[in-house]
Design a protein around this ligand. Sequence first.
Ligand code: CTP
Length: 438
Amino acid sequence: MQNLAKKISRVLPEDLIVLMEKIGALSDSFGFRAFAVGGLVRDLLLGAVNIDLDVVIEGDAIKLGHALARELNGTIVSHRRFGTCSIATEDGFKIDLATARKETYEKPAALPIVKFSSIEDDLSRRDFTINAMAISINRSSFGDLIDFHKGRMDLERRSIRVMHERSFLDDPTRILRAVRFESRFGFGISRHTEKLMKDAIGRSIFGRVSRDRMRDELILMLQDRAPLAAIKRMARFGGLKFVHPAINIDRDLLKLCNSIDAVYTRCGRLSDRRRAPEKWLMYLMALSRDLTYSQVSVICNKLALRKFDRAVLLLYKTRARAVTKLLNSKRDIAPSRVYKLLEPISYEVILLIMAQAALINSNAKATLVISRIKEFLAKYDGTSLQISGDDLKSMGFRSGPAFKVILDKVLYNKIDGKLKSKKDELEYARALAGNIAG
Ligand code: CTP
């Protein structure tokens, strides 16, 4: 049996190792066997840090969880029926503990029947061999690699292979997981696994899974490091039909996806004070580019998208064309005009319009769109006034809806560089208010 203790101490952060050792020692005291499983083991063998600690217990995971939560002063949420619990520690770790289990599926894509069992059964129910390895964390065997299904060999061969014939039928979200891992690691899906994927897609298996689970896996796929390869792969399999049958992956769309990657890398981290744009939403908007408003509404329902995400997706449909037209106009446009146009629009739509400039035939027009958006993001977005309604009140004006109109006008003039100081703002506001009052 191979022991990975040295690799663990080389790759994983010290506080995570201490935590693993603590869980191991506690398990010893209860007479349980404990294993770190899944992504952490896979990534460790690839030499990468993964701090999502998934632990499988041969014994009672909830009993162990309570003892661990007490020791770490953490909070615990448990699900007795599934024999699982999650612990959040004060220093920000989240540990998932599960009692080793065996799953059987009565119908394709249905919820499995769960029976508590051994680590061997627990690993056998998993998606791919590369995700079906475990590391013992009990004291006497700390670091021992458990690999019943040649997961390590598949990692070396860079191959994604299911554990059994029915894997995709049992859980169709694994189709999205396969392409996600393939594209993330630059691996290949084994030929047999690929055949099973195609068979499952051919049986319209996606319709049987809950909308929430499909949505969550799709988000993970589009949010991952290199979604383009996964999108292409899904399209080749006809696997994007579950999002909408009218999605058409043509050359322009691929170009747009490349451009999203570039824009997101450059502008995705807008600034600390702003909400980080959701990359997956940008990709989903791109996929729905040629679809009609009502087809996009169908996607929103099919994926049970949250209200905010729905609104962004539909906003793209209704606004993107007109906004782009104005931004690529050769006329002089005052910065405040661009501000009024872009300020109410979500960052995802703004960045996608920027990415779409790659598809505009005229270089001059594309440059105008990009530079105007960049200028808005760097200079004008988030501009605030030094004065407020209180200043207007202290000038003797009665507060009301006109205040907003006045303050907006002052803001637009400030953006256009006409007001430099608080005094300028006050004077301009006084003149505007006087006009309105007069
Ligand atoms: N798993 C599975 N089938 C699924 C989802 C998960 O068998 N549909 C198993 C795999 O063994 C996986 C583990 O549960 O490794 C943990 O799942 P998850 O945290 O979703 O993924 P990771 O493999 O940790 O990958 P990531 O790095 O993307 O989090």
